[in-house]
Design a protein around this ligand. Structure first.
Ligand code: SF4
Length: 260
């Protein structure tokens, strides 16, 4: 039996599922750890997906959590995350995973795996540097290349429904369809698909601005007359509801948990 553990950052997304699938096929389930780092703000269907895939793989998922959610982190660091600075990802995902890793395996005892795929080769550099001296591998960047449809078909063949957020036009299954790295289009989708969840985040953003006594900070920003200005979730909702043509629906942004 191999002494090296193969540790997959298992997020509940399609990419990390396929990564786990490939690594288990190659090294055997007894040599694999599926590490899930909970932000305590995940979509309820993510836990269904974790439970079903855990059973299907025959590997108990290692579930860890910082204990705070994203908004609690922002309160502690006195800053609202945005597309450039996302302390939520550092504190809740990367730091927590690093703490677990260092407490369990030395760098020569394991290999780490991320679900970045061949269309995102440019995103490999940061995790390689950040997780050093641990070795990081990206099985979905290797041939034969696999796309999302292939992954969905593979899951269907096993009788497992994909996480529901993908069917609701979200590009990932993180933080329940919320993400401070998302753009205007991402948040409009959240508003359309889950208005109550949107309103919850809208309220949290307003609370944080009051708590910090700042009206110049928000998750989203936009350029107007050559100047960058905050765009709160409240403003975005009101503009969307009034039929504004100023919203950039193609600005989706992207979650970089474990990558950036
Ligand atoms: S998914 Fe987005 S909001 Fe959630 S922890 Fe990652 S960067 Fe932060």
């Amino acid at each position: 039996m191999s002494k090296v553990k193969h540790i997959i950052f298992y997020s509940g997304g399609l990419g990390s599922w396929m990564t786990a699938n490939k690594v288990i096929q190659k090294y055997g389930k007894e040599n694999v750890v599926l590490l899930f780092t909970d932000t305590l703000m995940e979509d309820e269907d993510l836990y269904r997906f974790l439970d079903e895939t855990e059973k299907d793989f025959g590997v108990d998922i290692t579930r860890i959590a910082d204990g705070r959610d994203v908004w609690e982190v922002f309160r502690d660091v006195r800053f609202i995350g945005n597309s450039r600075v996302a302390q939520c990802s550092h504190k809740l995902k990367q730091d927590k995973a690093a703490e677990w890793l260092e407490g369990n395996y030395a760098s020569n005892e394991c290999v780490l795996y991320l679900g970045i795929d061949w269309t995102e080769q440019h995103r490999k550099k940061s995790p390689i540097e950040n997780w050093s001296p641990y070795q990081v591998e990206f099985p979905l960047c290797e041939k034969p290349y696999i796309n999302k449809i292939d992954i969905i078909k593979e899951l269907e063949g096993r009788g497992i429904n994909i996480p529901r957020l993908y069917n609701m036009n979200f590009s990932h299954n993180n933080c329940g369809g919320f993400c401070v790295r998302g753009g205007q289009g991402h948040f409009v989708n959240l508003l359309k698909q889950m208005p109550e969840r949107y309103k919850y985040h809208e309220k949290k953003e307003q609370e944080m601005r009051s708590y910090l006594n700042r009206d110049d900070i928000s998750i989203l920003t936009r350029q107007r007359n050559g100047k960058k200005e905050p765009l709160t979730l409240k403003q975005l909702r009101e503009e969307y509801e009034s039929g504004s043509q100023q919203i950039d629906l193609f600005d989706i942004g992207g979650c970089g948990c474990f990558v950036s």
